[in-house]
Design a protein around this ligand. Structure first.
Ligand code: GDP
Ligand code: MG
Length: 190
C-alpha cells in the first residue's frame, strides 16, 4: 500500500522474524516509545500507525505485527498483501533466529515482490531491512555484525542492529525504510 493522495502518503510495512526476536517491542518502541518486559506472544493487534515528516510531507507508516501468526509458521498472504517495506528481524543472541532468516525471507520476499508487481510497478522490489535486535545483550552475542552485513549485502537489503530495550537505532531502522519507500514513490517507481 503506497498511496499518495494530495500530500499524504500511507505505506504498509511488515515485520517478519522468528518468535521472541523482539518484533512487537520494536514496533511499540517506534510507535509509542514503550518497551514491555513481559510481552506475551502478540495476539490480536494487527498494525500500528506512526506519522513521520519526510521532505515536508506527511507520511503515515502502517506497521504490521504478525499477531502471533509466526508461531504457526504460516503467516497468511493477507499479512504481506500491499506491503512496500519489510523489516526482517533476528535476535543477535540466538543464532537459530539468524539461520531461519534466509529461507524465511526468500519466501516472504517473493510474495512481497509478487504482490507489488503490476504494470505500473515493474521491477521495483519492496524496501527490505535486515534487523539484528537485542544489541544491549552484546556480552552473549552469537551472530557477529559482519555476518549480518554480509547476508544483507547478498540479499540487497539494508542492515542495522537495534535494541528495542534501550532504543538504539529503532527509529533509525524504520526511518531508513520509510525514506527509501518515499523516494521510490516520489520517483513513481513503486
Ligand atoms: P516477538 O515475539 O518477536 O514479537 O518478540 P517480543 O517483542 O514479544 O519480545 C520477546 C522477548 O524479548 C521479550 O521478553 C522482550 O522483553 C525481549 N526483548 C525484545 N527486544 C529486546 C531487546 O532489544 N533487548 C532485550 N534485552 N530484550 C528484548
Ligand atoms: Mg510479537
Amino acid at each position: 500500500m503506497a498511496e499518495a493522495s494530495g500530500e499524504e502518503y500511507l505505506f504498509k510495512i511488515v515485520v517478519i522474524g522468528d518468535s521472541a526476536v523482539g518484533k512487537s517491542n520494536l514496533l511499540s518502541r517506534f510507535t509509542r516509545d514503550e518497551f514491555d518486559h513481559n510481552s506475551k506472544a502478540t495476539i490480536g493487534v494487527e498494525f500500528q500507525t506512526q506519522v513521520l515528516e519526510v521532505d515536508g510531507k506527511e507520511v503515515k507508516a502502517q506497521v504490521w505485527d504478525t499477531a502471533g501468526q509466526e508461531r504457526f509458521r504460516a503467516v497468511t498472504s493477507a499479512y504481506y498483501r500491499g506491503a512496500v517495506g519489510a523489516l526482517v528481524v533476528y535476535d543477535i543472541t540466538r543464532r537459530i533466529t539468524f539461520d531461519s532468516v534466509k529461507p524465511r525471507f526468500s519466501i516472504s520476499s517473493d510474495i512481497l515482490i509478487f504482490r507489488n508487481q503490476n504494470a505500473a510497478h515493474c521491477d521495483t522490489a519492496v524496501t527490505r531491512m535486515l534487523v539484528g535486535n537485542k544489541l544491549d545483550l552484546e556480552s552473549i552475542r552469537e551472530v557477529t555484525t559482519e555476518e549480518g552485513t554480509e547476508l544483507a549485502e547478498e540479499e540487497g537489503m539494508f542492515f542495522i542492529e537495534t535494541s528495542a530495550l534501550d532504543s538504539t537505532n529503532v527509529n533509525k531502522a524504520f526511518e531508513i525504510v520509510i525514506r527509501d519507500i518515499y523516494e521510490k514513490v516520489s520517483r513513481k517507481i513503486l
